[in-house]
Design a protein around this ligand. Sequence first.
Ligand code: FAD
Length: 265
Amino acid sequence: TEIKVWKEFDKSRLYMADLESGLHFLLRVELATHKALEGAELKTFKDFVTISAKLFPGRQPVVKLLETLQEWLVSLPLDKIPYDAILDLVNNKMRISGIFLPRKVQWVGCQGSRAELRGYSCSLWKLFHTLTVQAALRPKALLNTGLEDNPQIVLQVMRRYIQHFFGCKACAQHFEEMARESMDSVKSLDQAVLWLWEKHNVVNNRLAGDLTEDPKFPKVQWPTPDICPACHEEIKGLHSWNEEQVLQFLKSHYSSENLLYQYTQ
Ligand code: FAD
């Protein structure tokens, strides 16, 4: 096993290395457990690629790869696509053509104190928070994709992605329960950002103290007062969130302006 050198990072920033590593893992590892995609799985993957191509605040070669993948998936007249064909497309376009996705995981804000902790699941949360925020910041981005005019779209694609592909089946079941309970109440792109934030905190709360918790990264209700003092209020001695401030904070934390490119390949 490889000995990893600890990478210093700023927890108030978002690292492109985490988002790209997440996409790499999703496309080259998680998806690879499916020999072929068809039916609801294929539709889910297509929609995931479409929202990512339109909303991922990425570097040009990565965005180009997502766009190429999207155009290919949309134009393909097949109801069943072998995974190998997807992998070829993800791998074959090389740096020379300006279309590529780095092939290594490089966790930064998502690094764990042991190899089996954090990493991909951390990056998947960050990826979907980023996509809900980007949709709220750029409401016209999904025009003419068939996915516009739906404030729940990113959440619905996430729900289906988790259901069909996420390797952690218990996680998928928990997430599905939360989605069934209240995703319907989301009526705007801003509410979608807050819904995912709230549900992520529900998961954090449930997992606090669990075996899966990285002792170096205890599960907390996020954002903590040190990174967003204005998010926290006290009403009659009880803690409460200032949701307007939380929304502002999320929109800035998961924006392109907060991205750092250190450690990208
Ligand atoms: P994570 O919870 O992965 O968070 C990653 C980063 O997101 C944090 O470091 C922080 O920067 C930011 N963040 C934290 N909270 C919020 C918030 N509320 N809003 C916005 N950003 C935030 N594991 C289980 O054992 N059981 C489960 O049922 C389970 N369900 C899951 C469901 C989903 C959809 C996903 C994606 C993962 C699930 N996991 C589950 C994995 C678990 O939630 C963590 O991802 C994993 O334990 C790694 O934790 P972490 O410390 O990296 O922080």
